[in-house]
Write a protein that binds this ligand. Structure first.
Ligand code: ADP
Ligand code: TRP
Length: 329
């Protein structure tokens, strides 16, 4: 069965953007592929060198993964720092990756701008660690959002270069994957681009109805359409995009019609949007609470996952050592 790998950094809680951009694909893929879903805690050290409680953060995401329906009976769920083979592969890949190409990665440039006092080597080599995450399992598909495309290109480059240098056909070139025709981009509620933790415009899966409703009711709007069937400005389009993601078709059509004949009332639209988001998040929220309180279960799942991921990675690394010429004991 084809292998799939994806991970999310434990720097907070999962939000609607993470869910619809990544996790929704994980849930579908676990039925059809051999999936490895992990929590990228080592990656989070590139931006959070002294995390308050790194184990707790990883468990938070683990509980949220499970609450969303990622099922350890169907796939392997593990914490990155539990499986050390990735570090050896990271080292080999770093030896074949050039400073110039790492410096050109836009996420590196952005992060370097955001944390000028901490432009560390881990930040620069973020894409080679990500490539190692994927290649250690020889995965072919990677469910990630559009923002990860450059990192994915680096992962393919690492695979290609390794194969070329050693004259082998060992690593497949991994491709990003999503079920919809194009990657979903969940917008924020502040009228700007995407929903994201660092943008501070997120609706989190763990939030209660009151908090979510308050956030949605505060979403930025304008003074309303001035002519029938006019094009929507970005702030309004964002609300409709969210409505499209969480609401029934008739609901979307109802508000589209109201927009088109200029009778739309943004208060009503937001109330409906908030209700539909809550309808979607509430069952997940309840499960998050349940899993978060069961530390024994979380530890057991992480341990089982680490064993399975270790098995897969160790097999790859033994081959890699042989290919390069090192001893395999
Ligand atoms: P954040 O932007 O909140 O820091 P991450 O960068 O950790 O989130 O992203 C984790 C995963 O969720 C990635 O696969 C990313 O593509 C996806 N993702 C994050 N935000 C969105 C969004 N607004 N729309 C679609 N996908 C998203
Ligand atoms: N860079 C990814 C993000 O920010 C997280 C990640 C780390 C990842 N390693 C990965 C995603 C391997 C897919 C595969 O979202």
């Amino acid at each position: 069965m084809e292998k799939v790998v994806s991970g999310i950094r434990p720097t907070g809680h999962l939000h609607l953007g993470n869910y619809f951009g990544a996790v929704a694909n994980f849930i579908k893929m676990q039925d059809n592929y051999n999936c490895y879903f992990f929590i990228a805690d080592w990656h989070s050290l590139t931006t959070h060198p002294k995390p308050e409680d790194i184990v707790k953060s990883a468990h938070t995401i683990l509980a949220e993964y499970l609450a969303c329906g990622i099922d350890p009976a169907k796939c392997t769920i593990y914490i990155q720092s539990d499986v050390r083979e990735v570090l050896e592969l990271y080292l080999y890949l770093n030896m074949n990756t050039y400073l110039g190409e790492l410096e050109r990665v836009t996420t590196f440039k952005e992060k370097a701008r955001k944390q000028p006092d901490n432009v560390n080597a881990g930040l620069l080599t973020y894409p080679t660690l990500m490539a190692a995450d994927i290649l250690q399992h020889r995965a072919v598909k990677v469910p990630v959002g559009k923002d990860q495309e450059q990192n994915m290109e680096m992962a393919r480059k690492c695979a290609r270069r390794f194969n070329n240098i050693y004259g082998v056909e060992f690593f497949p070139e991994p491709q990003s994957f999503h079920y919809s025709a194009s990657a979903v981009k969940v917008p924020g509620l502040d009228g700007s681009g995407k929903m994201g933790k660092s943008e501070g415009n997120c609706i989190y899966l763990y939030e209660d109805a009151k908090t979510i409703t308050k956030k949605v009711m505060k979403a930025v709007t304008d003074t309303g359409p001035t002519a029938p069937n006019s094009e929507k400005p970005e702030v309004i389009q964002n609300l409709f995009t969210l409505l499209n993601i969480v609401s029934e078709e008739e609901t979307v059509k109802f508000f589209e019609d109201k927009w088109n004949d200029c009778s739309i009332r943004y208060g009503d639209l937001k109330k409906q949007l908030a209700a539909d988001i809550v309808k979607f998040t509430e069952p997940i929220r309840e499960k998050i609470e349940m899993y978060s309180n069961d530390t024994d279960l979380l530890m057991r799942i992480a341990k089982d996952g680490a064993e399975k991921a270790h098995e897969s990675a160790a097999e790859t690394l033994a081959e890699v050592r042989k290919i390069i010429g090192f001893k395999v004991y």
